[in-house]
Ligand binder design. Structure first.
Ligand code: GLC
Length: 446
């Protein structure tokens, strides 16, 4: 799966995709998300469905990348990509001391944005632990912070009624055995005991954990990590937990990264708001609030989740651009959240102006590029019974012909600066057939 020359960031990610593809018997990494649902290795499909019900409804979560890299403010891969010596990098632990309870503002913002759960980095590739661990001194309570930052995060999430999950990187650039475990069996034994021990601590000391979100499994294979054993332990300690696929074996959900791609198995697209997970002061490539809403709608349409990241600064404060984006997304969610959380799978997908979601027989047309007074949708196979426009559910006039429905008398400019929603009630489950248009539309001879 992953070998020593796939050390680069891209290589590692490709490796993860290739793993999933191999698991599904395909030869290309790209096939990952189309892979058949093999079910979780350490649970059953039925049990997974039961455990995941809240997660499907939740739909939208906050990812938080926080660690020593937040002090540098140059992306969470700086330690490796800038070749920083371990002895130099670890001095950051003497500086990293976020304001007490900084996580409360994260949780408040997540809630205001309409998110239902959070996933925080308890240990990223740099190896520094934000939680209290007996297994190393390289952790927040024993360094400058002097306290358990994971405990603060858990308390903050709970106070807002959000579920808390833990990101945990298997790859470790700091631990002495983190690389040699690949070739030295004694080192592997020590390191795997260390990793399993920390996962045990995380699953024992922080109440009910919603998600175990592993990351990069370089340099070992799933066998080397003893992932099956590890995940069985996780489920014993946390019977309702959801486990992602990055320990090298398929579990509860897949994790398309920085792109949205549906799969047969439950999936969660994780994405940054700019181009960095960890705080990166120079990264100004922010997504617009509209893009965020569009992404969320696309995930909703195909029944996936959207895990959107913030990278707090070293003091724990959230970059103002992220606050601004999520606040605007939250305002949109205030009027539309039920359409996100209660959505059914939606087959309709063809429009360059809008995205579709569905609830029962109602098709929701979410227009991000407002066309003006008339909005048309092609290929709808059902009869339209009524149409209403959000937020006031004002009735909209419509005309339906063989191959299109036109909604008319709409305002000239977009009523909602992000996305304007029309609720279209149909006489059956709404579906779109574009082929019918292409083949059957009458062609005139010239
Ligand atoms: C990648 C990156 C990492 C980030 C993660 C989020 O694996 O290595 O920095 O935490 O993706 O999905």
């Amino acid at each position: 799966m992953m070998n020593s020359h796939s050390l680069s960031r891209r290589g590692l990610l490709k490796g993860a995709a290739a793993f999933a593809a191999t698991a599904a018997g395909s030869s290309t990494g790209i096939a990952q998300e189309h892979a058949a649902d093999t079910g979780p290795r350490t649970s059953t499909v039925e049990a997974r469905e039961r455990r995941m019900q809240w997660w499907h409804e939740a739909r939208f979560g906050m990812f938080i990348h926080f660690g020593l890299y937040s002090v540098l403010g140059q992306h969470e891969w700086a330690m490796e990509e800038e070749g920083i010596p371990v002895a130099e990098y670890q001095l950051l632990a003497k500086q990293f001391n976020p304001k007490p309870h900084a996580a409360r503002a994260w949780a408040k913002l997540a809630k205001a944005a309409g998110m239902k759960y959070m996933v925080m980095t308890t240990k990223h590739h740099e190896g520094f632990c934000l939680f209290n661990t007996k297994l190393t001194d390289y952790c927040a309570p024993k360094q400058a912070a002097g306290r358990d930052l994971v405990a603060e995060y858990v308390e903050a999430a709970e106070a807002e009624g959000l579920r808390h999950g833990f990101y945990y990187s298997l790859m470790d650039w700091h631990h002495p055995d983190g690389a040699r475990c690949k070739t030295d069996e004694e080192a592997r034994r020590r390191f795997v005991d260390y990793i399993h021990g920390q996962v045990r601590e995380l699953c024992s000391n922080y109440g009910k954990v919603a998600v175990m979100w592993y990351d990069v499994n370089w340099p070992l294979t799933a066998e080397g990590w003893e992932s099956e054993k590890m995940n069985k332990m996780v489920r014993e300690l946390q019977p309702d937990i959801l486990i992602n696929n990055r320990s090298g074996i398929p579990e509860d959900f897949t994790t398309p990264e920085q792109h949205i791609q549906a799969s047969a198995a439950p999936w969660e697209a994780c994405m940054t708001m700019n181009d960095s997970w960890g705080f990166n002061r120079g990264d100004d490539n922010w997504k617009s609030p509209k893009t965020v809403v569009r992404n969320l709608l696309q995930c909703t349409r195909d029944q996936g989740n959207y895990l959107l990241n913030i990278g707090p600064k070293a003091d724990g404060s959230i970059p103002e651009q992220s606050v601004d984006i999520l606040t605007k997304v939250g305002r949109w969610m205030d009027g539309h959240s039920e359409l996100i959380h209660k959505a059914d799978k939606c087959q309709a997908r063809h429009s360059e102006l809008a995205q579709f979601t569905r609830q029962g027989n109602t098709l929701y047309i979410h227009t991000h590029f407002w066309p003006g007074e008339t909005l048309a949708v092609g290929g709808l196979q059902q009869k339209v019974l009524s149409a209403k426009m959000y937020p006031g559910r004002t009735p909209v006039k419509f005309a339906q012909e063989d191959f299109r429905v036109r909604f008319m008398g709409l305002p000239a400019s977009a009523p909602d600066p992000l996305v304007t929603t029309l609720a279209v009630e149909c006489d059956g489950e709404p579906t779109q057939d574009m082929n019918a248009i292409r083949v059957n539309r009458k062609r005139e001879s010239v």
